[in-house]
Design a protein around this ligand. Structure first.
Ligand code: GLU
Length: 297
């Protein structure tokens, strides 16, 4: 088979529990997109968030992916082994004067937002108000934040391959955001940008819940002078209460004895019509063909 060296995609699960239908949808979509492009598909274990990482969950996810016929083309990447890369990126941003220490507690930020929104019931943005932009006001540093641009430069627009044109004003919707947390952990936003750049990721396919993070990530890519990949955000799977399916909202582990049943459900969620009888091979070739037709790859 001709492989397309230009395409590199990835699935980046957080090991907070076993793979469930919601995470399978993201895995399948990114896998099909890579296949449809004859590209390379990687798996990155996002275990940078120490407190949320469940021991053994990553191995379980990798094992389930294998049983479901989705084998990464290269060795999995583990965020917990990439501290040095995050520190180097952080130091670059620090020496460019883009990051600053913040002494605010969650409570102080919430109180300050409540004060500034008093009488403006409809104005409910949760953007960080920039309290520590010009100094810590005598308080100890807690988290480190990156300064977002002001005015027109804060408006980021990108074309999502599934959702269409997206626009977000980082100054009014988000504010200066955290790169290093008060507990000393690297924030997801920094780790994801550094990893995608270092792995040469050209196409990101993931759940719609991360659409809201994309402008932040594009901004960081620009600050670090690394390329911006193409984005595609798939609809998330919800439970009966309309909540995103996750371990916290009652997702159950997939039945690894019946991969085709779960894969067919995941494919259906993506608008693909596949059969749950037959082999994994037939499933993947049908699903890839439909995906390629739909996204014109
Ligand atoms: N680790 C994130 C999650 O499981 C996904 C990050 C990404 O795809 O950028 O929700």
């Amino acid at each position: 088979m001709n492989t397309n060296r230009a395409y590199r995609g990835r699935f980046a699960p957080s090991p907070t529990g076993p793979l469930h239908l919601g995470s399978l949808v993201s895995a399948l979509a990114s896998f099909l997109d890579a296949r449809a492009h004859r590209g390379t598909w990687l798996v990155r274990i996002e275990d940078v968030d120490g407190p949320r990482t469940v021991p053994g969950a990553a191995e379980g996810i990798l094992d389930t992916l294998r049983k479901f016929g989705m084998q990464p083309d290269e060795e999995p990447i583990w965020q917990s082994q990439r501290e040095g890369a995050y520190q180097r990126a952080f130091d670059l941003l620090l020496s460019a004067g883009r990051v600053y220490p913040c002494g605010c507690t969650r409570r102080e930020i919430a109180d300050s937002l409540a004060r500034s929104h008093a009488g403006h019931a409809r104005h409910t943005t949760l953007a960080y108000p920039g309290t520590c932009r010009d100094g810590l006001h005598g308080r100890p540093p807690r988290a480190w934040r990156v300064r977002v641009p002001d005015g027109d430069a804060a408006v980021f627009t990108f074309e999502d391959r599934w959702q269409g044109k997206q626009t977000q004003d980082l100054a009014t919707d988000v504010g200066d955001f955290v790169l290093k947390r008060a507990d000393g952990e690297w924030a997801y936003q920094l780790a994801v940008v550094v990893d995608d750049a270092d792995c040469g990721i050209t196409h990101i396919v993931r759940g719609e819940d991360l659409l809201d993070s994309t402008a932040r990530q594009i901004y960081l890519q620009q600050c670090l002078r690394v390329p911006t990949p193409a984005y595609l955000h798939v609809p998330v799977v919800e439970n009966e209460h309309g909540e995103k399916l996750s371990k916290q909202t009652g997702a159950t582990a997939l039945d690894t004895a019946h991969p085709l049943a779960a894969l067919t459900l995941a494919a259906k969620h993506l608008g693909l019509e596949t059969s749950c009888v037959g082999s994994l091979e037939t499933f993947f070739s049908d699903a890839t063909m439909q995906w390629a037709r739909r996204f014109g790859t």
